[in-house]
Ligand binder design. Structure first.
Ligand code: NDP
Length: 234
């Protein structure tokens, strides 16, 4: 059955691969962007996830055009890495606000319509870093770990309404975010991954579309790693 899907940060990277995978399944897909416009074939809404009014306006547009959001993929995220002794409070707050605050705001806006429909799927894009930790990423790791608490509390709060909330925790994925890594660091990371390579964004998208499908209807509050074995046991 075709669903209405909203992917935040779906204009590029992992979000775009997720949006395209849903579109390929025949779903009605909307993506948020911050002024870049929508990729070809996808319905775009301009939205910064740090701004609740912008989120409200974006959801309203999606509802008018495609119907109430049945599947929310909270994917938008940023990094601002540095060691804690150098990290400014503003860097911590900015990353938490975008990655965790943004996901919470979207979940809050999506919930009433999902409750009314007695159906909903929320998928939060976390990171292996949120579970495993990483030097230089105290802000990012805390924001990504927070998504686990968010999904699990949502599961306990609204699970009985047939709404599931799950987390996907990718390892290293080939996108703009990892393209910034120095060659030496990238080589070290590749060596640390048991599967000895970075993921393609489509490999994350496969886990996300499965979590939104009927096949995973009894899975909620779970953390699904897509990390080539990097975080095993975390
Ligand atoms: P990119 O840097 O390629 O893309 C980030 C996306 O998030 C862009 O669409 C960007 O929009 C959007 N975004 C950032 N801040 C905001 C905001 N305040 N409001 C709305 N949109 C925003 O990242 P990836 O595709 O690599 O990452 C996607 C998600 O996956 C992130 O949450 C990231 O933390 C996570 N992840 C990535 C990994 C990787 O190795 N790449 C590994 C583990 C997790 P814009 O184009 O306007 O900047």
């Amino acid at each position: 059955m075709a669903r209405t899907v909203l992917v935040t940060g779906g204009n590029r990277g992992i979000g775009l691969a997720i949006a395209q995978a849903f579109a390929k399944n025949g779903d009605r897909v909307a993506v948020t962007h911050r002024g870049s416009g929508a990729p070809e074939g996808l319905f775009g809404v301009e939205c910064d996830v740090t701004d609740s009014d912008a989120i409200d306006a974006a959801f309203t547009k999606v509802e008018e055009e495609l119907g109430p959001v049945e599947v929310l993929v909270a994917n938008a995220g940023i990094t601002d890495d540095t060691l804690i002794m150098r990290m400014k409070e503003e860097q911590f707050e900015r990353v938490i606000d975008a990655n965790l605050g943004g996901a919470w705001r979207c979940a809050k806006r999506a919930t009433p319509k999902m409750v009314r429909a007695k159906f909903g799927r929320m998928i939060f894009i976390s990171s292996v870093t949120g579970l495993y930790g990483n030097p230089g990423q105290t802000n990012y790791a805390a924001s990504k770990a927070g998504l686990v608490g968010l999904a699990r509390s949502l599961t306990r709060e609204i699970g009985k309404r047939n709404i599931t909330a799950n987390v996907v925790a990718p390892g290293f994925v080939e996108t703009d975010m990892t393209a910034e890594l120095p060659e030496k660091t990238r080589g070290e990371y590749e060596k640390a991954v048991p599967l000895a390579r970075f993921a393609q964004p489509e490999e994350v998208a496969d886990a996300v579309t499965w979590l939104a499908s009927d096949a995973s209807g009894y899975i909620s509050g779970a953390v699904i790693p897509v990390d080539g074995g990097l975080g095993m046991g975390h």
